[in-house]
Design a protein around this ligand. Structure first.
Ligand code: BJW
Length: 250
């Protein structure tokens, strides 16, 4: 058992035990040990020539919707075939004995599948397909090719004929106002915010740890590497999500 060899910094165990209201803020590194690539890691195979940051943008969709749609379908398929890791499971278990909310930048549903009851998706959910023109939800089954392909025409909206898109927030788009408002309220009221697996580069989500700290929360970070938020948190623990969280939560 891998987690048996993880030693939790003593200060963190004490902070976790005495914090009634907890928010876990997660990024792509949270799902890395489930087998999903992060944004700033090189992508494999068909997608190695493309930068994920360039594909995840409103301008990429306008320029080449077939390329963007094929990339999202490939990721949608990957998400369906992977499972929550020990970190997701530990957060869900923590939430059964304490007031724990998850604010995630991830568009996968691994927190929900692990059993977390309160999950706020500030960058949307890949599987909430909708029309890119009239916003009507698209609930038809999505056709996924057997093998990933580089270009695929998106389905067409039943209401207005517009192209169907994934339910995510691209660069240059505004975050869903309800999710963002709730995320700010949660970190403002929290005693402890645990920032897991995010590079802290992408705003406005990257500003949540600073909001939490200025409103009085203790902020700790779990990440194998230094990030753009490392300097402003109270403690950084250089460990992976699936190893650290089960050890921290007990
Ligand atoms: C592990 C690990 C393990 C590895 N365990 N850890 C200057 C200031 C402020 C804002 C801007 C600015 N210039 C431009 C902007 C706007 C822009 C922005 O922030 N750009 C920055 C790049 C500077 N922001 C926006 O456009 C946002 N909207 C907005 O601002 O609206 C107002 C507006 C409107 C119009 C015009 C201008 C302003 C929207 C941002 C939407 C981001 N969308 C994406 C795609 C979502 C859909 C999808 O999944 O495809 O969200 S981009 C991508 O980045 C995705 C992620 O949620 C997000 C953050 O990435 P994350 O999660 O941090 O992942 P990585 O890969 O960066 O990091 C992984 C980390 O895990 C690393 O640290 C590893 O070490 C670690 N790790 N293994 C634990 N096992």
């Amino acid at each position: 058992d891998d987690t048996a060899r993880v030693t939790v910094p003593k200060a963190l165990t004490e902070i976790a035990a005495r914090s009634p209201r907890v928010v876990v803020l997660t990024g792509a590194g949270m799902s890395a040990e489930s087998g999903l690539a992060t944004f700033r890691d090189p992508h494999a195979g068909l997608w190695e020539r493309f930068s994920p940051q360039a594909l995840a943008s409103a301008s990429a969709w306008e320029d080449d919707p077939e390329l963007v749609w094929a990339w999202y379908l490939w990721r949608f398929e990957r998400i369906e075939h992977v499972a929550p890791n020990a970190g997701h499971v530990a957060i869900a278990r923590w939430g059964r004995g304490a007031d724990v909310s998850v604010v995630t930048q991830n568009v996968d549903d691994l927190h929900e599948r692990a059993g977390s009851a309160d999950v706020v998706h500030v960058h949307g959910a890949i599987a909430s397909f909708r029309c890119s023109v009239c916003e009507a939800p698209y609930a038809e089954p999505i056709d996924v090719p057997d093998e990933p392909v580089e270009r695929l025409p998106p389905p067409v909206c039943r209401v207005c004929g517009g192209l169907v898109r994934p339910g995510v927030v691209w660069f240059g788009e505004v975050l869903p106002v309800d999710a963002w408002t709730r995320a700010v309220a949660l970190v403002s009221e929290a005693d402890l915010v645990v920032v897991v697996g995010t590079s802290g580069i992408v705003y406005p989500a990257a500003g949540l740890p600073a909001i939490a700290r200025s409103e009085g929360a203790v902020v700790i970070e779990i990440n194998p590497d230094r990030t753009d938020v490392s300097d402003m948190v109270h403690h950084t623990w250089h460990e992976t999500a699936a190893r650290a969280l089960p050890a921290l939560v007990g």
